[in-house]
Design a protein around this ligand. Sequence first.
Ligand code: TRP
Length: 340
Amino acid sequence: MQASKENTKNHLILTGDRPTGPLHLGHFVGSLKNRVKYQHQYQQYIMLADAQALTDNMDNPAKVHDNVIEVALDYLAVGIDPTKSTIFIQSQIPELTELTFYYLNLVTVARLERNPTIKQEIVLRNFERDIPAGFLTYPVSQAADITAFKADLVPVGEDQIPMIEQTNEIVRRFNRLTNKEILMECQALVPEIGRLPGIDGKAKMSKSLGNAINLGSTTAEIKAAVRNVYTDPLHLRVSDPGHLEGNVAFIYLDAFDDDKESLQAMKDHYVKGGLGDSIVKARLETVLQDLLSPIRSRREEFAKDRGEVLRILKEGTRKAREVAAKTTDEVKAAIGLKHF
Ligand code: TRP
């Protein structure tokens, strides 16, 4: 329907990733696939959050620098189209830092310390008492990112929902303070398909846990990963009945195999007994090779011309900066910081 199509274009999405490593199948399921879809329905801005990545990587800025281009290559390889989505680099938009500085006065240190995502990440990173101030305040920088674009939809994983809540608190405080409706509240878009487990069966696929399958994996790497995929430790002999719960081979097949009917037949056979893991894994390998092979070739194609990738990022950043600068002007005027 034409009318509803026009309606959805009124929505603006702001999303992004910290460029700290290449993206993997968990990212593909959790966000990249949706972004490829959203770019036809909404205005979409995708941010390479390099400045935010430094809040816990200031000891290794080269890693962040190098991964900006790697993540951009992953975006282009999966089909994010720079003529439809605006891809930009956070650190090249000083207005985002500027907004952060003003918003910092709208939150308390105690509130930041209570942010569940931050609390959890402090434990994960073993900061204990040595929390970089920039890390503690990154939710405020995230609020700046979101509000600078007046994004109303923010696709994030479940673990990032407290960021959206904190953003909306800042928006409400700012609008109440200035008695204007300059900033816009946003809504989290949480993907239906939850997070993908790692090949080892741990709850989350992650680079740092070493249980990921990267989007740029070679044929041999995919083969080796599938061989190591965790299945059912109770399924010792082919004739034994197998279990599907926690069985990563089947979880991945559920996520990536489109032939649901024959997959169901395979599951039934596995549960009944008489189907070996090697048959299941052979199917999984075919599915993953078929999925990743076109992504790998597109990635290699784009990687041949890094200059072109940089041009795409530069143009996206220029366009994004215009939007952020306009909002920053409005914000500064509203709090009396427009002197000339
Ligand atoms: N915090 C996000 C992550 O960990 C990255 C990010 C920064 C972001 N700013 C954002 C996501 C704004 C959505 C909206 O990957």
